[in-house]
Ligand binder design. Structure first.
Ligand SMILES: C[S@@+](CC[C@H](N)C(=O)[O-])C[C@H]1O[C@@H](n2cnc3c(N)ncnc32)[C@H](O)[C@@H]1O
Length: 287
């Protein structure tokens, strides 16, 4: 399966700078290009807020912190000892988790070759990489070859619980591409004793507003491509993910997670869900 998705990379520079501006990242990941693009992003965010009162800053923070919180819980519970982040862009998550867990966690950050090379160089120059924390080329739309998810997962320890993360990727993919990626992720995770997929997710019935429509339209111009909201309702999301091969699926309201308490009542935080899908056969503790 192929896609012209390299154009999504500019948003990775912008979001990379956004995480830095909010105190979540390392200066090594704050690029001049990101700073420039973030200025444009702030204009978009300001326009969406003026139109609808919805804070896209709150949405982004809620999704990022929500994924971090569920990953932290899985690691602390001993369910996850290794992570593959797909389309990591210039996100700080790999650095932050590698820093926090050291040798207890293997964290593979991945992206398309150009973005992966950039991130590898930035982290390497700042001496932030290690055997446990690496940046690899991965094209989520490949089913085989060295840059496929299957090939990269095959390098991991098959005895350890494993998490796969996507953040800010799925909405750039067509419905057919998204189904392909979810099914590759589920198939891959089933090879491990516990499998966890975390992602940001959006429901069509929670996005209806002039501000969100304007932001979506502007973002599509920014990335020169269409964006897709993959599910209308929560039950539809759950059945889509189950059809892709996941055993249990939860769609947490990001605003309800304790980590987002400070922004829970800010409009925008309520527009994003955190998808937690598991392939573990034992569901102890699953909400
Ligand atoms: C919006 S950015 C999100 C980056 C990061 N996850 C974050 O939240 O800051 C989207 C990323 O998807 C990557 N991407 C696009 N198509 C991809 C594909 N087919 N396989 C892997 N990564 C892809 C882009 O290179 C870019 O880094």
């Amino acid at each position: 399966m192929s896609a012209k998705s390299e154009q999504v990379s500019p948003t990775a520079y912008a979001t990379g700078y956004f995480w830095y501006r909010h105190g979540l990242s390392h200066p090594a990941l704050a690029t001049p290009q990101g700073k420039r693009l973030d200025r444009g992003f702030r204009l978009l965010i300001g326009a969406a807020k003026a139109l609808s009162g919805i804070s896209l800053e709150a949405l982004m923070l809620a999704r990022h912190r929500g994924i971090d919180a569920l990953l932290t819980q899985a690691i602390e519970d001993g369910r996850v000892g290794q992570v593959i982040e797909i389309a990591a862009g210039l996100s700080p998550r790999g650095w932050a988790f590698a820093n926090r867990y050291g040798k207890k966690l293997t964290y593979l950050e991945t992206d398309l070759p150009q973005m992966a090379a950039t991130k590898r160089r930035l982290l390497d120059d700042a001496k932030l990489l290690s055997k446990q924390h690496r940046v690899l080329d991965l094209n989520a739309l490949r089913s085989e070859g060295p840059d496929s998810l299957a090939a990269i997962a095959a390098t991991l320890d098959p005895r350890l619980g494993t998490a796969i993360i996507t953040e800010g990727l799925m909405n750039y993919l067509s419905p057919a591409q998204a189904r392909f990626v979810w099914s590759e992720i589920a198939t891959t995770l089933k090879q491990f004793p516990q499998g966890l997929y975390l992602a940001d997710a959006y429901l069509m019935n929670e996005q209806r507003s002039a501000g969100m429509a304007a932001f979506g339209a502007a973002l599509q111009v920014f990335v020169r491509g269409r964006m897709h909201v993959h599910y209308r309702t929560e039950p539809e999301a759950i059945s889509t993910l189950k059809a892709a091969g996941f055993d249990t699926v939860a769609m947490h309201r990001a605003a309800d997670l304790p980590v987002n308490r400070d922004i829970a009542s800010t409009r925008g935080a309520d527009r994003v869900r955190i998808l937690e899908a598991r392939t573990c056969p034992s569901h102890a503790g699953f909400p």
